[in-house]
Design a protein around this ligand. Structure first.
Ligand code: PEP
Ligand code: MN
Length: 367
């Protein structure tokens, strides 16, 4: 009989599931220590442990492999929660299935390669196991969606996506830049798939894990995967970003889990009223913008007739400065006002250039 709490998971992974466990499984004691800490903590919904570790350069710890799988089986019988591991090829899949691993995940370095993803998918044909797919290293939504589709096409329907951020060598804040918009776009493309956020790999440092996790929950993310180690400073991989169990439990107390409302029939009346008012305001904004562009066209006709340049730097400077002042006095940020005005001005210039040339012109940004 299946004693795991799978039935609570809805699609397979449930509401606000918290997945915790070490980056790498290192010793049996490490896993026992974590079990002792999690034993009476119902919030921990799944245990993670890396046993095949894809490392960028050779010579680093690459995971213990199959010898660590029995320790994860022990976690299941001690905590009665599912356990998950990363698989990167078909022999990993075979070993994981042989040792009753409940959930598999595809790592970011594997998601980038459709051949590898397809091989793993083929080895899972006919197997009823949930699969989580991490986003690829690079910010390419289609690769992420494609990997989920490959799993779906072989009959895996308990699917989740893991948002672990994207490599960006120029970013100074994150280890992997979140690009929240990509996670939101995935949700729009595949609304039935749950998204788990991995604040550990996004932040790269334990101090930032909580704020990233909260941000993810504010965006309506469905769960969290947080790397947890009994003694993070001594971890064999990702030492800088792992939390100890006490830190994890404090984080879970302090963050606020937030509901996402996706369906019309779930929307409360008060919210509907406020949204109606917003719809009216948007209609007015669009009417006003349209009036403004009609005037821009009249000015364009005047400039054409009098051979004046379309771009008038002095006027643009005045418009920019005066409107930013008006906006900031009404509690809108300077950056927002500037972006808004640039969008309007660019469109105005484009319309007037088109009038003069009698054809479309390349888009252009003038600041
Ligand atoms: C991991 O979860 O430890 C891991 C290797 O993650 P990623 O594939 O996101 O780099
Ligand atoms: Mn890791």
């Amino acid at each position: 009989m299946n004693t795991l709490k799978m039935k609570d998971w809805g699609l397979g992974l449930g509401k606000h599931v918290v997945i915790a466990g070490p980056c790498s499984v290192e010793t049996e004691k490490q896993i026992d220590d974590l079990c002792n800490s999690f034993e009476h903590e119902p919030q921990i919904g799944m245990f993670r442990g890396g046993i095949w570790k894809p490392r960028t350069r050779p010579g680093n710890f690459e995971g213990l492999g199959e010898e660590a799988l029995p320790w994860l089986q022990k976690v299941k019988s001690r905590l009665h929660i599912p356990v998950c591991v990363e698989v990167a090829n078909t022999s990993h899949v075979e070993a994981a299935l042989k040792h009753d691993i409940d959930v598999l995940w595809i790592g970011a370095r594997t998601t980038v390669n459709p051949f590898s993803v397809q091989e793993i998918a083929d080895s899972l044909r006919g197997v009823d196991i949930p699969v989580m797919v991490k986003n690829p290293i690079n910010p390419d939504l289609a690769l992420w969606v494609g990997a989920l589709e490959r799993m779906h096409d072989v009959g895996i329907n308990k699917l989740a996506a893991i948002h672990r951020g994207f490599a960006d060598p120029y970013d100074k804040i994150y280890r992997n830049k979140p690009n929240w918009n990509l996670a939101m776009q995935l949700k729009l493309e595949l609304p039935e798939i749950e998204i788990i956020n991995d604040p550990s790999h996004i932040s790269g440092k334990w101090e930032m894990v909580q704020s990233v996790a909260q941000r993810a929950l504010n965006f309506g993310i469905d769960g969290l995967m947080i790397e947890t180690h009994p003694t993070p400073a001594e971890a064999w991989s990702d030492a800088r970003q792992q939390l100890n169990p006490e830190q994890l439990l404090t984080l879970l107390k302090e963050i606020s889990f937030r509901e996402r409302i996706d369906f019309e029939n779930q929307i409360p009346e008060n919210l509907k009223e406020m949204r109606n008012s917003i719809d009216h305001i948007d209609q007015k904004l669009i009417d006003l913008l349209s009036d403004r562009f009609h005037l821009i066209d009249k000015v364009g006709a005047y400039k054409k007739a009098h051979e004046l340049s379309v771009y008038q730097g002095g006027r643009w400077k005045d418009v920019l400065e005066s409107r930013i002042k008006l906006g900031t006095e009404k509690d809108m940020s300077e950056k927002f006002m500037k972006n808004l005005l640039i969008a309007i001005h660019d469109e105005s210039i484009k319309r007037q250039e088109k009038q003069i040339a009698n054809k479309d012109v390349e888009p252009l940004t003038i600041i």
